[in-house]
Design a protein around this ligand. Structure first.
Ligand code: HEC
Length: 180
């Protein structure tokens, strides 16, 4: 093989190599898209860790205070909402315990405080009073708010329903608390 022949082969190899690299580079140039560090939109309940992958996190639901809604609540509408509760609860003075404890005078009463009712340990040991805000949280999602409660009720999703039923329960007392 003379040197001319050798140069031809060498040139062919070089050109092939350059072509190969060139195509690869071109490919990168066309297809390489920089992944943004942060997504442009936020999805509720989804956070990003440092490498940008998404994972579900538990979002602590923070209910807004029920106070502003209580000020304009309707006791009559609350009586209608209470129909959902009446299968398990009496509300009138001297009413008996049913599946759930009697609720006359429940606002500001000790949680789990009705003598003779067999509460779950969760409710019996809760150790607070039924303030408006405690009732609001509990009635929103009973089984989430108080892990281990035996009140098998899904909860009242609508803020207004809770405000109205709390106002109604408040009226069923020897000493209703001021709503404003
Ligand atoms: C399926 C039956 C059932 C329904 C429906 C139900 N409850 Fe209850 N409720 C219970 C039981 C049982 C308990 C006792 C829970 C425990 O011991 O953990 C309870 C407890 C309570 C308590 C705590 C009382 C106390 O003495 O500390 C309140 C307040 C209450 N319920 C309000 C309501 C309201 C308001 C509704 C309707 C929106 C409702 N419940 C619907 C069964 C029910």
């Amino acid at each position: 093989m003379d040197s001319f022949e050798f140069n031809k082969i060498a040139a062919a190899v070089l050109v092939t190599a350059l072509l190969f690299i060139g195509i690869k580079e071109l490919g990168n140039f066309i297809y390489h898209v920089d992944k943004p560090k942060k997504s442009a939109y936020k999805v509720e309940g989804v956070t990003e860790n440092s490498v940008g992958t998404k994972k579900e996190v538990k979002i602590e639901e923070k209910l807004a205070s029920i106070k502003p809604l209580l000020a304009s609540a309707s006791i009559d509408d609350g009586a209608k909402v209470f129909k959902k509760c009446a299968a398990c609860h009496s509300i009138d003075k001297g009413g008996a315990n049913k599946i759930g404890p009697a609720l006359w005078g429940v606002v500001n009463r000790k949680i789990g405080g009705v003598q003779g009712f067999k509460y779950s340990t969760a409710m019996a040991n809760y150790g607070k009073n039924w303030s408006f805000e405690e009732l609001n949280g509990f009635l929103h999602k009973p089984m989430k708010y108080m892990k281990g409660t035996k009140m098998g009720f899904i909860g009242l999703k609508k803020d207004k329903d809770r405000a109205n039923v709390i106002a109604y329960m408040n009226s069923k007392s020897d000493a209703p608390a001021p709503l404003k």
